[in-house]
Design a protein. Structure first.
Length: 676
């Protein structure tokens, strides 16, 4: 009995004690004490980097310090940073891993605690301002060596995570003063070297492209970092879509870049309970694609490069495609080379290209714009298409009748229309798919929460494409009536919701763009519409839907004759309607007279077209200037605020993901546990 009571007393005394701190935590406490930890232990730093990092404790400790405490232990923090960098050169891989982890904690902890501090103060806290340039040079050189050497994939991944951590420690990356040292001590060649290898590209491609995209946006309106831009665009030429759509998956049995890409087209789609297709948005990768297209227009060569789209279900083995492809690491082919061979027409070997993949992706992302991230993604997709649509070389590829593709865009389920049969879709120039995508968006987003910005971009893209067709006299065989019908229904929607929409938007600007599209067809249609009958069909649609144009004229006339903020934009629409009203006022009486003479209550389409054809000669129209002119896309100043907020959002998301990934270090340590 006495022995039992003795054991119980021992247990009570043991349980009342505080839990023992792990050794690495005790060593952290020594760093955060005022004295130099090496005074009592000369081997302190060697021992520290053999200990498993406790990131949570280290970051929390840094964040808990007030200003005075930081000043007292600044030398110790500087010394910790210095020895972390030194440890990156150790042969003992566990030390390297722990040093990288500790650097992540230092960058995050110091910035989190000192958000209001200047960049110079933070640099001083971390490494000492007088030694910062030397310390950062050593850090970048060590990371460069690790990334380019024979290090394991896990170690290279951690190096990239450290760089992402460094880039995203501030909400606004342009306020991250430490990035100046990253720019001076270029790491981009090392990243490109990693991406030139198939295996390392598979492992590290996503982190690399996000890192480059963020670095491009560092002080981009102050200093053009051309070496970053060059690195990004070279990298994008060979890799962007692979990671854009298929971040975490790869078909092991497929050897090449294009076969890998095409064998996984279906993997980006996710079916929900309503059988709607959705796709995971990724603003960081879209931003990288935008920078490549915007800053290096030669990128369109790769976008339109042909390659086989293999039906793996029906074709176990297929011979190499006849269309030349570009090996990774080489210069993209010229347009002449791309057109030099005929594209294969085997039904099991459909031709495709990366632009088609992007259009398919856009057709899904743009279906649902209610979520902020999807709205941003849709906007980015349209901005990318805007850059493509106004580029002359890109337009030449889009309209090339020798480069025909079958593009199965994803259409939003709607009660009043049947699902299109993909099998019957003809092969057409790529511009037809772009126009289809714009028409699809116009038809499917007429709602109270009206995405005005996206509609403006859609109409402007259509206008730029038509301007190229007019200038180059390209007669595109396209179902223009679908476009005209969509635009007329858009005007009808604006009229029906005038009061609600005017409270938020200048609907007259959109209406003017739509009317001027019709004016383009009316004035210049004979230069680019495929047949004379297409021109007749245009007039038929205008006359058939004359009530919409009449109502629009009444509305803009009412607004323009009253004083108010919309007086001037409404007046512009009034003037733009002059030829459409002339067509309506000219042909309607002729049609009514024809019906009366022939005693017909309702004319057929052919009968109306007959009236139109026989009365062109007496129609008088006014020549309108500037219809084929447009303002070229410019990021600054109009888009600067959007991209600033977008980069901030991406930075916050990357910071969160890097934090979670970096904290999971057990796999890393297990991998290196056998290395002494």
């Amino acid at each position: 009995m006495a022995q039992v009571e003795k054991k119980a007393g021992l247990l009570r005394r043991t349980s009342s004690k505080k839990p023992l701190k792990e050794k690495v935590v005790l060593m952290y406490d020594e760093i955060f004490a005022k004295d130099n930890p090496t005074k009592t232990n000369p081997h302190f730093w060697d021992e520290l980097f053999l200990m498993k990092v406790n990131l949570e404790y280290l970051e929390a400790k840094l964040e808990s310090l007030d200003g005075e405490e930081v000043m007292k232990i600044q030398d110790n923090i500087n010394s910790l940073f210095h020895h972390c960098v030194q440890a990156l050169g150790e042969e003992h891989q566990i030390k390297v891993v722990n040093a990288l982890q500790t650097l992540c904690a230092l960058f995050r902890g110091v910035h989190q605690k000192n958000k209001s501090a200047s960049g110079f103060d933070i640099i001083n806290m971390l490494m000492g301002f007088d030694k910062a340039e030397h310390r950062m040079k050593d850090l970048m050189e060590s990371l460069n060596t690790l990334l380019c050497g024979e290090s394991s994939d896990s170690l290279k991944s951690l190096c990239l995570k450290l760089l992402l951590c460094l880039v995203t420690v501030t909400d606004n990356i342009s306020q991250n003063t430490i990035l100046e040292y990253v720019m001076i001590n270029s790491i981009f060649e090392a990243i490109l070297q990693i991406l030139s290898d198939v295996s390392s590209r598979r492992q590290h491609g996503y982190d690399a492209v996000v890192l480059l995209a963020l670095l491009v946006n560092y002080r981009k309106y102050e200093v053009m970092t051309w070496h970053v831009i060059d690195s990004l665009t070279i990298f994008m030429n060979h890799f962007i879509f692979y990671i854009f759509l298929y971040k975490d998956k790869e078909e092991e049995n497929q050897g090449g870049f294009f076969s890998t890409l095409t064998s996984m087209v279906g993997s980006m789609f996710i079916a929900d309970t309503d059988e709607k297709l959705s796709v995971q948005t990724n603003e960081a990768i879209l931003l990288a694609l935008y920078e490549a297209v915007h800053l290096n227009r030669n990128f369109i060569t790769v976008l339109a490069q042909s390659h086989p789209e293999i039906n793996m279900a029906t074709t176990p083995a297929i011979a190499a495609p006849t269309t030349p492809t570009t090996p990774l690491g080489t210069t993209p082919p010229s347009l002449d080379m791309m057109n030099s061979t005929e594209l294969p027409l085997d039904p099991n070997l459909q031709t495709s290209n990366l632009l088609i993949t992007f259009l398919k992706y856009s057709s899904i992302v743009m279906q649902d714009t209610k979520d902020e991230h999807r709205l941003n993604s849709a906007r980015l997709c349209l901005i990318i298409l805007t850059c493509i649509a106004e580029d002359q070389y890109a337009d030449a590829i889009l309209h090339d009748d020798n480069m025909n593709f079958r593009v199965n865009l994803h259409r939003m389920p709607m009660r009043h229309r049947k699902k299109a049969a993909d099998k019957n879709m003809p092969s057409r120039p790529l511009v037809c798919a772009v126009l289809d995508l714009m028409v699809e968006f116009i038809v499917t987003h007429m709602m109270k929460d009206f995405p005005m910005d996206l509609y403006l971009r859609c109409v402007q893209i259509i206008h730029k494409l038509i301007c190229y067709q007019k200038r180059s006299r390209i007669r595109l065989h396209y179902t223009w009536r679908e476009l005209w019908s969509a635009l007329i229904n858009l005007l009808k929607f604006l009229l029906s919701n005038e009061t609600v929409l005017l409270a938020k938007h200048n609907i007259f600007h959109l209406a003017l763009l739509v009317i001027n599209l019709f004016n383009m067809f009316i004035t210049y249609g004979d230069t680019f519409l495929p047949t004379p009958s297409s021109y007749d069909e245009l007039y038929y649609e205008i006359v058939r839907m004359h009530q919409v144009f009449d109502n629009l004229h009444c509305m803009v006339l009412r607004v323009s004759t009253n004083t108010g903020q919309w007086k001037e934009p409404a007046s512009k629409v009034t003037h733009a309607l002059v030829n459409i009203r002339a067509i309506i006022n000219h042909f309607n009486p002729k049609i009514e007279s024809y019906a009366a003479v022939n005693h017909i209550s309702q004319l057929s389409e052919d009968q109306v077209l007959e009236v139109v054809r026989s009365n062109y000669d007496t129609l008088t129209l006014k020549l309108q200037d500037g219809l084929d002119q447009f303002e070229r896309y410019s990021e600054q100043p109009k888009e600067a605020a959007f991209f600033k907020e977008l980069v901030r959002s991406i930075s916050l998301n990357v910071r969160k993901n890097v934090s979670l990934n970096t904290l999971s270090q057990d796999i890393l340590l297990k991998e290196f546990s056998s290395i002494s």
